[in-house]
Design a protein around this ligand. Structure first.
Ligand SMILES: [Zn+2]
Length: 216
């Protein structure tokens, strides 16, 4: 297996989530890996719900920790959790505003096959607004059992995998009561994705379209 790199340029990334903690759960290890390797990288993050309260504070602190040394711009909106279809226009406007603000080398977003309608809705908005970009769609384990067969893997060192789990536990106290929100779930999925790509741990993504440059 060849490991495709980012080429000469990976200066700007966009990360979006429907809820606070989605980005960190789905791609926290990948963010840590990229930001540690590229000090000063710009990260534009958009979260659709949780703005104005305790959850926004958690998200601000968490993403700052998941993006060490990065130039982080985070916007947390106040769309009601679980009712995104009724607020489609607001979400669409926010995604379009994000697109106007930056031209990223990589986009991290939810999967269009995600069973949660908020995740799925945002995923569809993203692929419409970011039409000529590499979009890696992260996965979030849940009751619905919607995990699929990923097409792209970012191996994680054991240190990064442990750091991800530690930061998730530390920065989202509001989520600790959830039965699936624990070390075993996060590290277990990372271990399985690691097996699938010949690494100890990994995060996995769905990539709908990848353009190659094999001629160099
Ligand atoms: Zn979510």
């Amino acid at each position: 297996m060849i490991r495709l790199g980012a080429g000469r340029r990976l200066d700007r990334i966009v990360a979006v989530g429907a809820h606070c903690d989605d980005i960190a759960i789905g791609a926290g290890g990948t963010l840590l890996t990229m930001c540690l390797a590229r000090p000063g990288i710009r990260v534009d993050a958009l979260v659709l719900s949780g703005g104005g309260g305790e959850r926004e504070q958690e998200e601000q602190a968490a993403l700052a920790a998941f993006c060490p040394g990065a130039e982080l711009h985070l916007t947390v909106l106040k769309l009601p959790d679980g009712r995104m279809p009724a607020h489609w226009e607001e979400a669409k406007a926010a995604v379009e505003e994000l697109r106007m603000r930056t031209d990223p080398d990589l986009v991290l977003a939810p999967r269009t096959e995600d069973a949660h309608q908020d995740h799925r809705g945002l995923a569809k908005l993203m692929t419409t607004a970011f039409r000529d970009h590499l979009v890696l769609a992260y996965e979030i384990v849940k009751w619905d059992g919607d995990l699929g067969r990923p097409s792209a893997y970012q191996p994680l060192t054991p240190e990064i995998a442990e750091q991800k789990v530690r930061l998730l536990q530390e920065h989202y106290p509001s989520q600790r009561h959830r039965p699936w929100y624990d070390r075993e779930a996060f590290l277990g999925l990372a271990r399985i994705r690691g097996i699938e790509c010949h690494a100890r741990y990994a995060e996995a993504f769905a990539a709908t379209k990848i353009t190659l440059n094999l001629g160099g």
